[in-house]
Ligand binder design. Structure first.
Ligand code: UDP
Length: 253
C-alpha cells in the first residue's frame, strides 16, 4: 500500500494527507513531552486515550454549535479532521491559578480566579511560546481585532462546555489550551477549534481530593500518566471499565 504523505510531525501527533482535499488524518502518538521537550518519555496507551477524549470533547462542541475541525474518528489512534490554517497562537483559559500564571504573578496554585482569564501565547518553540498581548498580535498581523474577539468568545464557550462536563464527573477544569484555525469558503473565513482537547492540554483536578488527572502527573513525576488519563476517560464513559468503546453498540439482552 502506498505510504500516506506526512504533512507535519509534532511532539504528540502526526498529520497526514487526508482521503479528500481539505481533510487531514491526525495520528496520536504515545510520546509525552514537557518543558519545551526537555523532558520526554513514551507513555504506552496515551495516544489511544487522547484520540478518544479529544473525539468526545470535539463531538460535544460540534453538537452545541461550537465549530471544530473534527470530522470523525477513524481508528484507535487516528481521526479525520478538516484542514485548517492554524493561527500561530496558543489560547489559554484559566479558571484557577496554576502553572505559569502562579509563577509569573506569584498567585498560589489552587487560588480561584475572579473570572476566567484568556491569554495568548505565540507558538514558537525556539522562543518557548512567549505570552503576548493583543497589541503584539494585531501589530504583527497574526490575527485581526475581529479574529481576537471571536477567539475569546470561542475559548470562553469551550471553557463553559468542558467545565460543565467535567463538573458532572467530579473534576475541576483548572485551565486549558486550545488552538484555533481558519477555514476558507471562497472569500468567507470562519474560525474553528483545531488541534486537540485532551488531558495533555488541560489541567484537571479531582474536586474532592485535588488529585491531578492531567499532564502535570508527567511534568511533576506524580505517578503513571496513562492511569490518570484512563481515570478521566472512565469517568466520562468514554472507555467504560469493560473496555467497550462508547458509540459501538453493545448487546446486553
Ligand atoms: N499548555 C499546553 N501546551 C503548551 C503550554 C501550555 O497544552 O505548550 C496547557 C497546559 O497543559 C495548561 C495550560 O495550557 O493546561 C496553561 O499552561 P501554563 O501557561 O500554566 O504553562 P505550564 O505550567 O504548563 O508551563
Amino acid at each position: 500500500m502506498a505510504r500516506r504523505k506526512k504533512i507535519y510531525e509534532g511532539k504528540a501527533k502526526i498529520l497526514y494527507e487526508g482521503p479528500e482535499p481539505g481533510t487531514l488524518v491526525q495520528y496520536f502518538k504515545d510520546d509525552a513531552t514537557a518543558f519545551n521537550a526537555e523532558k520526554r518519555d513514551v507513555v504506552e496507551g496515551k495516544g489511544v486515550l487522547n484520540n478518544r477524549l479529544s473525539e468526545f470533547f470535539m463531538n460535544g462542541l460540534n453538537t452545541i454549535g461550537v465549530p471544530t475541525h473534527f470530522m470523525k474518528r477513524l481508528n484507535m489512534r487516528e481521526q479525520l479532521v478538516r484542514a485548517v490554517e492554524i493561527i500561530p497562537l496558543e489560547v489559554v483559559v484559566r479558571n484557577v491559578a496554576a502553572g505559569s500564571i502562579s509563577k509569573r504573578l506569584g498567585i498560589e496554585e489552587g487560588t480561584p480566579l475572579p473570572r476566567p482569564i484568556v491569554e495568548f501565547y505565540y507558538k514558537d518553540d525556539a522562543l518557548g511560546d512567549p505570552l503576548v498581548t493583543e497589541e503584539h498580535i494585531i501589530a504583527f498581523g497574526w490575527a485581526s481585532q475581529q479574529d481576537l474577539d471571536d477567539m475569546v468568545a470561542l475559548a470562553l464557550r469551550v471553557n463553559d462546555f468542558i467545565s460543565g462536563i467535567m463538573l458532572g464527573v467530579g473534576i475541576k477544569l483548572v485551565d486549558f489550551k486550545i488552538e484555533i484555525g481558519r477555514i476558507w469558503d471562497g472569500d468567507f473565513m470562519r474560525l474553528v477549534v483545531a488541534d486537540e482537547i485532551s488531558p495533555d492540554s488541560c489541567r484537571l483536578w479531582d474536586i474532592h481530593t485535588g488529585q491531578k488527572l492531567d499532564k502535570d502527573v508527567f511534568r511533576r513525576d506524580l505517578g503513571n500518566l496513562a492511569d490518570a488519563y484512563t481515570e478521566v476517560a472512565r469517568r466520562l464513559g468514554v472507555l467504560p471499565q469493560n473496555g467497550a468503546p462508547r458509540g459501538k453498540p453493545t448487546l446486553i439482552n
